[in-house]
Design a protein around this ligand. Structure first.
Ligand code: PMP
Length: 428
């Protein structure tokens, strides 16, 4: 649809004020003024189905989170240099859910963003190992700070990788034998760590998003266990970046790494943690942070402030009380199996994958050759937007539909999504 003059004016105003580095979604960008549950509303009160925003994982404007934030903001909002029960109560709640060594005797440190969490995790890993080499996946994204952008290849050429950074291939279950993925990736990590050792950097850490979102969404749970063994054998630490895959998103487990049955040294989390309020964290083993804690003072003005903790605690309570991990599992299975059905009618759907409510649908122009079709993915994303259904696309070739709704997605929401997806697939 052509842009209305006032929409065009809003876009120009935005570019004038915010500058050229920001991007909008969709050929016809969406103006939003309100959100509730899985729905967004524009100024005219038109309703959109939000099948994309994982930050508001318990739903836009969830009343329990809103109430907790308002109450805490009108009581006390200050930093971590005073004793406060809230932060300790929350730490006691969340640490055991991580299981393994961190769950038993680990710690949690608070930041405001996922980037900051990964930045801190990396500094701690470098200090602990006395090395600086980092291994990531080919199209990884881990943050916007100088350090994390240096190992976020998906940012492209504007952000050159550090000389101490190496990439390995993501576990592409569509193009490789799923039974071989773990062994394959572990072997690549071993060879890459040896390269880092030869150049004098050594391996400080391997870091991966447990659902490989920016690599195109890969869910095979047998991959990261062997990789963690290879990382440890090379003397490095395993950092699980749970910014995308944590907090029940995968349906199977609270944390994405738990699907792979491994015991990470460090776990980072963010995005859905405060249902929109900025709060993120680094959870880690005691011995990983012992020397850093002795040698360094850690302070983060806003990280772990009272309101951030109130938001995180309320969000976590809602996640549990409303059974949202289980909802993610059920709704996710429902969506994937329905799209599998569609794949038998539309051979441009090459692959359907994901876990829980993190779903990737790979569009191809030639199903035999598995040729990525970014144009078709873009067409679908924009045609759905015209029907007021919001999704996006990801992967190295931008041909993988990314469906990642709030975890409160209902059966009615699933029907809306699937009906419109089918119509759009048929309309090409
Ligand atoms: N890690 C992953 C896997 C992410 O997807 C993101 C954000 N897209 C980040 C880290 C950075 O988080 P933030 O934007 O909160 O800094």
């Amino acid at each position: 649809a052509a842009l209305a003059p006032e929409e065009q004016a809003a876009i120009e105003r935005r570019i004038r004020l915010l500058g050229p580095a920001y991007r909008l979604f969709y050929q016809t960008p969406v103006q939003v003024s309100e959100g509730r549950g899985t729905r967004l509303f524009d100024r005219q009160g038109q309703e959109y189905l939000d099948a994309y925003n994982n930050v508001v994982s318990v739903g836009h404007a969830h009343p329990r989170v809103v109430e907790a934030v308002q109450r805490q903001m009108s009581t006390l909002c200050t930093h971590t240099r005073y004793i406060q029960d809230g932060i300790l109560d929350f730490a006691e709640q969340i640490l055991p859910t991580l299981g393994g060594t961190i769950g038993a005797s680990g710690h949690i440190m608070f930041t405001c963003t996922g980037s900051e969490a990964n930045d801190l995790a990396t500094r701690i890993a470098m200090h602990k190992t006395g090395r600086r080499g980092i291994i990531v996946t080919r199209e990884a994204y881990h943050g916007n700070s100088y350090l994390t952008a240096g190992y976020s290849p998906s940012l492209g050429t504007s952000s050159p990788l550090g000389t101490w950074v190496r990439r390995v291939n993501a576990p592409d279950s569509y193009r490789h034998d799923p039974a071989e993925l773990g062994r394959r990736m572990a072997a690549e990590v071993t060879a890459t760590a040896a390269e880092l050792a030869r150049q004098g950097d050594g391996l400080a850490a391997f870091i991966a998003d447990s659902l490989f979102s920016s690599d195109g969404v890969y869910d095979n749970p047998a991959v990261l266990g062997p990789v963690a063994e290879a990382v440890r054998a090379a003397g490095g630490l395993f950092i699980a970046d749970e910014v995308q895959s944590g907090f029940g998103r995968s349906g199977d487990k609270m944390w994405g790494f738990q699907r792979h049955g491994l015991d990470p040294d460090i776990v980072t989390m963010g995005k859905p943690m405060g249902n929109g309020y900025p709060v993120a964290a680094v959870a880690l083993k005691h011995d990983v942070v012992a020397a850093f804690g002795r040698d360094t003072r850690y302070f983060n003005t806003f990280g772990g402030n009272g309101v951030a903790i109130a938001a995180a605690h309320a969000t976590f309570d809602v996640l549990r009380d409303e059974g949202l991990q289980e909802n993610a599992r059920l709704r996710g299975e429902q969506i994937r199996s329905a799209i599998q059905q569609l794949a038998s009618r539309f051979d441009k759907i090459g692959d359907v994958r994901g876990a829980g409510l993190y779903i990737g649908v790979e569009m191809v122009s030639d199903p035999e050759a598995k040729t990525p079709d970014a144009d078709e993915a873009t067409r679908i994303v924009n045609a759905l937007r015209e029907r007021r259904v919001l999704i996006s696309a990801t992967g190295p070739d931008a041909n993988v539909l990314k469906i990642r709704p709030p975890l409160v997605f209902s059966e009615a929401d699933v029907d809306w999504l699937l009906n419109d997806l089918e119509a759009v697939l048929a309309s090409a």
